[in-house]
Design a protein around this ligand. Structure first.
Ligand code: ADE
Length: 413
């Protein structure tokens, strides 16, 4: 079969430091405020996608994590197909004007096979990384120009935050003001190489399916929360400017302060919604407490770590490299874990999981009120992932392909 096959994989956008919450246009996915995220390494968490196109295919199909999904009503995926096909069609027409022939891929159906190596629907931004991988892979398949901001406009129509996942490093989604969404796109604030001392610890609190989907939740907030109006008009514009400056200056004090404030306000806005939305649980709140105690114990009064929570109970803790060993020991003390996959480390800071667990020394932390927080039962935090800022989507070779010669999945669940 004459199918054309492209594989790519892409990182999730872990985690937003200025949160996206609220749409002003639900069809075009236009947000009510700017937002900013840090792309973390896809070596640990990624969506991997292969797409093939062939004139013999009789419909567009998707296999997600080894199972075929019905995408006939998936408007968001069809937005991405429609927009990338329109760009491909332009290329085909331009080629025809030069008396050249390009294979009419814009008229073929596609087979998409995608896997997330983390639980889908657990508030780990799987649709953001998945839809970004989809658009990136379609762009490669169709040989579209490598203009990520242009592609981000399309990814945005698949899943809002997906627009940011097309870049590595520190990425802003500019809300724009045009009614057609033409200026609502992502730009890179700084590349992944800009601030290598900044590290991240993802605390996977739960891989259960979320109670309130982001799509549903955020429109309830737009319709009912007076606090959201204050946030989008008075708070975020100034905060985006300060955050951009903090990143450019590698100023951890401002970065940490703004990150925690924005996470807190996002969850306050959720609580200000009728009916209220709760994403944090007891474990999330205990992580906030630990980071707060840890910052209180700082001898020079400087912030040593910052927590943030997206639309789920999972935390990410940002900190300078020099503090990360201590932070991992603290978290592992209060949230013991036993499985081999409990601690995943990009940096090999510890010899083994048991080395991680046994090293908390209260005496090293003056002013740290050790008893303010209980030690939680084993498994309350499933996994600790120590990672860093990294690059955007990568193209994989044919060995990474998830589809076989016939354009069908190599593996089914
Ligand atoms: N939704 C969640 N994850 C996805 C993926 N990897 N590809 C397409 N849609 C998704």
């Amino acid at each position: 079969m004459g199918n054309i096959l492209v594989s790519a994989h892409n990182s999730p956008h872990f985690f937003q430091v200025i949160k996206y919450w609220g749409k002003r246009d639900t069809g075009l996915i236009l947000p009510t405020n700017d937002s900013l995220s840090v792309t973390l390494s896809q070596d640990i968490l990624h969506s991997k996608t292969t797409i093939s196109a062939a004139k013999e295919y009789t419909g567009d199909r998707l296999w997600l994590n080894g199972k075929e999904e019905d995408i006939t009503k998936n408007k968001r995926m069809h937005n991405c197909f429609r927009e990338t096909r329109a760009l491909r069609k332009q290329l085909e027409e331009e080629a025809a004007q030069r008396n050249e022939t390009l294979e009419p891929l814009s008229t073929y159906h596609v087979h998409v096979c995608s896997e997330n190596n983390f639980p889908t629907a657990a508030g780990l931004a799987s649709s953001a990384s998945g839809l970004a991988a989809l658009v990136f892979t379609l762009a490669k398949l169709f040989d579209l120009p490598n203009n990520m901001s242009e592609l981000s406009r399309i990814a945005r129509q698949g899943s809002g935050s997906a627009c940011r996942s097309l870049f590595g490093g520190f990425v802003a989604w500019e809300m724009g003001s045009n009614a057609d969404g033409s200026d609502s796109l992502a730009v890179q604030v700084a590349p992944e190489t800009h601030w290598p001392e900044l590290e991240a610890l993802i605390c996977v609190v739960s891989d259960a399916k979320k109670g309130t989907s982001s799509t549903e939740g955020m429109q309830h907030t737009v319709n009912t929360s007076p606090l959201l109006q204050h946030r989008i008009k008075e708070v975020v514009p100034a905060r985006m400017a300060e955050m951009t400056k903090a990143i450019q200056n590698k100023d951890f004090q401002s970065f940490a302060d703004l990150t925690m404030k924005d996470s807190n306000q996002f969850h306050a806005v959720c609580l200000d919604t009728t009916p209220p939305i709760f994403y944090l649980n007891d474990v999330s709140r205990a992580i906030i407490r630990i980071v707060t105690e840890y910052n209180n114990s700082s001898p020079d009064g400087k912030l040593k770590a910052a927590y943030t929570f997206d639309a789920g109970p999972n935390a990410v803790i940002y900190a300078p490299k020099e503090n990360m060993r201590e932070i991992i020991q603290l978290i592992a003390h209060y949230f013991p874990g036993s499985s081999d996959t409990y601690f995943v480390d990009h940096y090999k800071l510890f010899e083994s999981t048991s080395d991680v667990r046994s090293n908390f020394k209260p005496a090293n932390h003056t002013n740290f009120n050790e008893n303010a927080i209980p030690v939680f039962p084993e498994g309350s935090v499933n996994r600790l992932l120590h990672t860093k800022t990294d690059d955007g989507p990568r193209v994989l070779g044919p060995e990474g392909s998830l589809l076989n010669e016939q354009g069908l999945p190599k593996r089914l669940a």
